[in-house]
Design a protein around this ligand. Structure first.
Ligand code: HEM
Length: 500
């Protein structure tokens, strides 16, 4: 309630001040077009009133300004810019990274201790240090250690599907994949058996999902942070609900204590971080920081990967010819492995599988847009022919609309069509900056290899044991749900798994 009252008072005061004193002139003065504005809310009126999500707003602008390399807009009164041109996007993410090195999210460490050191939320030298701390856990060498653990969980998933009480009437893939992914991160990060397949839901999953919840309070908080970050900061609204922070802080602390007391050594993320702490000393890598890095892995890897896997399984079920092709490619390579477990190296030979996943992440980019913040002046080319160059100033938010780029026929012919072959040998011809499911450049997703290995382990073991079909409870044509922070499907992704 207090949040609503605070929000209302702040919005009214701010609005009157801005309405009568300050004018919307920023983009006009610079020769940048923007959609028509509402005096009080700039271009985010529908977002503020829950009629449109950020993702939908960006997609609408992308399509409406199809002749231009970028388009300006106002979050309330704050100018922001949406990029359309892959060349510019490449500049922002790679070539001129130092002008956009910040993701534009300000975290109050005392309010959000578990994500204060997450590379995604940090910037400058702090970001670099944090990224360097976790990077050694995402090397190919580490993946070779994680991959057998992932396949043990994948086999558990296969056994779970054998239970006819679970599989009759179809299975909702998102829920199924959450169980799988939580068990994978549990074992690879903390050496824990999260036991997600043993009950309908677990605290591990429940608390993790609260972060991405779309209940009223979380949604208001999300909108507030997006359109009026200073008010959200003032009201000390955390990104991570307190209950989730407390729950995970306790689990992480207990696991570390147990390992220290019992001298447990295991090939997992926690072990790598504890070794690092010993090397750097606990003054540099404090207990809080270590817990934060563990949490980064648990949380960043959980819902992103489960959503992506759910969409991938849906595409396997929806494209039966491709499913056969996938199965025969996997079967032909599996014979070279041992006891139904595939080597990590063998994944490189599964070229159609790789194209299939690339295409599924094109049509379902679970993170539908990226947000960056200009950190150093950057000159944009003129928006219109014979126009003037535009100097982007530090502080301006920059939106990179991944979903819209992936569905633009200028970059992908017949973009609605699911066609893995567009990623075969032609992959090199895909314009840089137009295909970015994991982002690009120095801040590209650090967990990409881990996510792909986990996804592949699940698909391999399911497809060897089951025919996948789309259950008729799934809405056709599939509708993306933009309300959630991560892309999902309206009505869920219902699948049948038929034992082979
Ligand atoms: C299919 C699953 C996943 C997808 C689609 C995904 C996508 C992304 C995207 C789009 C970004 C932003 C990149 C940018 O700003 O340029 C990102 C950043 C990040 N991701 Fe992922 N991610 C996935 C899985 C994971 C996993 C499994 C982990 C960890 C175990 C992880 C950890 C991170 C971190 C730490 C960052 C911040 C990197 C930085 O700013 O330096 N992600 N991810």
């Amino acid at each position: 309630m207090w949040i609503l009252v605070g929000l209302l008072c702040s919005v009214i005061t701010l609005s009157w001040y801005l309405l009568f004193i300050k004018k919307f002139s920023y983009w006009k003065e610079r020769g940048v077009l923007h959609p028509p504005i509402s005096k009080l809310f700039g271009n985010v009126k529908q977002t503020v009133f829950f009629q449109q999500s950020d993702g939908e707003l960006y997609h609408e602008m992308y399509q409406k300004y199809s002749q231009f390399p970028y388009v300006g807009f106002y979050r309330i009164r704050k100018p922001a810019i949406l990029l359309r041109d892959p060349e510019l996007i490449k500049d922002v993410l790679i070539s001129n990274f130092s002008s956009f090195s910040d993701n534009g999210i300000d975290i109050d460490g005392s309010n959000d201790p578990l994500i204060a050191n997450n590379p995604f939320f940090t910037s400058g030298s702090e970001w670099k240090t944090n990224r360097n701390y976790v990077a050694p856990s995402f090397t190919t060498k580490q993946m070779k250690l994680y991959f057998p653990l992932m396949q043990i969980v994948a086999k558990r998933l296969v056994r779970y599907l054998e239970d006819s009480r679970i599989s009759s009437g179809g299975i909702e893939a998102q829920e199924l994949c959450e169980k799988y992914t939580m068990d994978v991160v549990g074992t690879c990060v903390l050496g824990l058996d999260a036991k997600s397949f043993d009950s309908s839901t677990t605290d591990y999953i429940r608390f993790a999902k609260q972060i991405f919840s779309t209940d009223l309070v979380t949604t208001i908080n999300f909108i507030l942070r997006s359109v009026a970050p200073s008010i959200a900061h003032f009201l000390k609204i955390p990104y991570i609900p307190k209950g989730t922070t407390n729950y995970y802080q306790t689990i992480i602390a207990e696991t570390i204590k147990y390992r220290k007391e019992n001298n447990v050594i295991r090939n997992d993320f926690l072990n790598t971080m504890m070794d690092l702490q010993e090397k750097l000393g606990s003054d540099n890598l404090t207990g809080d920081k270590l817990s934060g890095h563990i949490f980064t892995f648990l949380i960043d890897g959980f819902l992103t990967t489960s959503s992506a896997l759910a969409f991938i399984l849906y595409e396997v079920g929806a494209n039966i010819d491709f499913q056969e092709k996938l199965r025969s490619e996997i079967e032909s390579k599996m014979r070279e492995g041992e006891k139904g477990i595939m080597d990590y190296e063998t994944l490189h030979d599964l070229t159609f599988f790789t194209s299939f996943i690339n295409e599924a992440l094109r049509v379902h980019p679970v993170i539908a847009f990226l947000t960056k913040r200009c950190t150093r002046e950057f000159v944009l080319p003129p928006m219109i022919t014979n126009g003037k160059s535009v100097v982007l100033q530090p502080g301006i938010p920059v939106i990179i609309p991944t979903f819209s780029l992936h569905y633009d026929s200028a970059h992908f012919s017949d973009p609605i069509k699911f066609d893995p072959h567009r990623f075969d040998e032609k992959y090199d011809k895909i314009k840089k900056g137009s295909y970015i499911p994991f982002g690009e450049g120095p801040r590209m997703c650090i967990g990409q290899k881990f996510a792909l290995a986990g996804i592949k382990a699940a698909v391999i073991h399911i497809i060897l044991n089951y025919d996948i079909r789309v259950n008729n409870k799934t809405k056709t044509p599939l509708e993306h749900n933009w309300q959630d922070m991560l892309l999902s499907a309206n009505g869920g992704l219902w699948l049948d798994f038929i034992k082979r």
